[in-house]
Write a protein that binds this ligand. Structure first.
Ligand code: PLP
Length: 395
């Protein structure tokens, strides 16, 4: 370790964000690492070609652009290493495949991202992995479900629709006792608000599509691993080479520099909107981890350093067409999947048909909000008109 490296490890988040993964001397002094497009890397000698230990060997094994992003994320996540994938779902896939084999048992939280469930119930099942779903609020009670062949436990805290905050340290302690790895979908909090590897997570997934990209214009996934899980993750990546495009990696690096600022603004904006919604007569409950009405709020207070711009509300019972009247006429809120961009979104959701370990019965229609960077007074006015349409249609 050089003197510079030792100072580096003491940097705080904001400094890390500005300086990680950047070596201007290697780029003729330019501040940013550009888009390197490349498959073939030329060697000077046969010895170099056959030794296979150069910094760059072939495009699938890394380019200056992908190396810059992976190094920066490893720094930020406090990990041993990071692999980059072309989508968040590809990140979930490689994380799980790196630690599972035929005959293994996998525990998955019942509030997991739906495509993750489909992966488990389809492809992984076909490969001989048995998935069992568990109550997201199970905490240390997960011990009762752990088996000799349980190879991994997947947590998602909070769930990206229903927002239950899981007790990750308690689950990790129980899982590690039987030798199982803990895989976390950490997209909501990001390493800034939940440092995964400090809290017992072995493999941490981030859909870079969300806050890292930040502008709803790229698809990207990242998996960081601690010392224990890194060899498995690196081997799974090497075996399959699911490489993201260099342009998207460049855009993610560009997004990274302002990620924490955007995240903190999303936090402030979303809290403003969540408190406003909590006071509306049309709203039954607000599911925002920073509000006491959210399952796991106390755990959030204990383990998390902040909240992002995504939360949900349960409306008081109204017919479906009244909810449609509200949403269909919104002018500022877009209706669309994904989140973490600069623009506000809303979707209705209902996981009751596919939950299997718990029942989803919140007592009214559910809406998920992603709060962007608009002025919240304008967002409130848009929803205020929406609620008027909802009331008129439910009469
Ligand atoms: C969006 C999302 C993903 C998948 O990311 P994509 O890039 O859209 O594939 C995974 N997990 C969570 C919690 C997400 O919100």
């Amino acid at each position: 370790m050089t003197a510079d490296d030792s100072r580096r490890s003491a940097w705080r988040d904001r400094t890390r964000l500005v300086h990680s993964g950047r070596v201007p001397e290697e780029q003729f002094g330019f501040v940013n690492t550009p888009v390197y497009r490349g498959s073939t890397v030329l060697f000077k000698t046969m010895a170099e070609q056959t030794s296979y230990d150069g910094r760059f060997i072939y495009g699938t094994k890394g380019t200056p652009t992908t190396e810059a992003l992976a190094k920066a994320w490893t720094d930020i996540a406090g990990a041993a290493g990071t692999v980059l994938l072309p989508s968040g779902l590809a990140a979930v896939t490689i994380a799980l495949m790196s630690c599972l084999k035929a005959g293994d048992h996998l525990l998955v939280t019942d509030n997991a991202y739906r495509p993750t469930r489909k992966l488990c119930d389809g492809l992984l099942k076909g490969f001989g992995v048995e998935t069992e779903y568990y109550d997201p609020m199970i905490g240390g009670g997960i011990s009762a479900l752990l088996r000799q062949n349980t190879a991994a436990v997947l947590v998602e805290a909070p769930g990206s629709q229903s927002l239950e905050v899981q007790d990750v340290p308690a689950i990790a302690e129980a899982a590690h006792k039987v030798g199982a790895l803990v895989v976390m979908d950490n997209t909501w909090a990001t390493p800034f608000f939940f440092p995964p590897h400090e809290r017992g997570v072995d493999l941490a997934i981030e859909a870079g599509t969300k806050y890292l990209g930040g502008h709803s214009d790229i698809l990207l996934g990242l998996v960081s691993a601690n010392e224990r899980a890194w060899p498995k993750l690196a081997a799974a990546f090497e075996a399959t080479a699911p490489c993201p495009g260099p342009e998207d990696c460049f855009l993610a690096l560009r997004g990274l520099r302002t990620m924490l600022l955007r995240l903190k603004e999303a936090e402030r904006q979303a809290l403003d909107m969540a408190h406003w919604l909590a006071a509306r007569p049309e709203v039954k409950t607000v599911l925002h981890p920073a509000l006491p009405s959210c399952p796991g709020h106390e755990i959030w207070k204990r383990d998390f350093k902040g909240s992002s711009g995504l939360f949900s509300v349960i409306l008081n019972p109204v017919p479906k067409h009244a909810v449609a009247a509200m949403l269909d006429g919104l002018r500022l809120f877009g209706m669309g999947y994904s989140w973490g961009g600069f623009e506000s979104l809303v979707i209705s959701f209902d996981p009751s048909a596919y939950r299997s370990a718990t029942r989803w019965n919140p007592g009214g229609p559910a809406l998920r909000f992603q709060i962007g960077l608009e002025d919240t007074e304008d967002l409130k006015a848009d929803l205020d008109e929406g609620f008027a349409r909802l009331r008129a249609a439910s009469r």
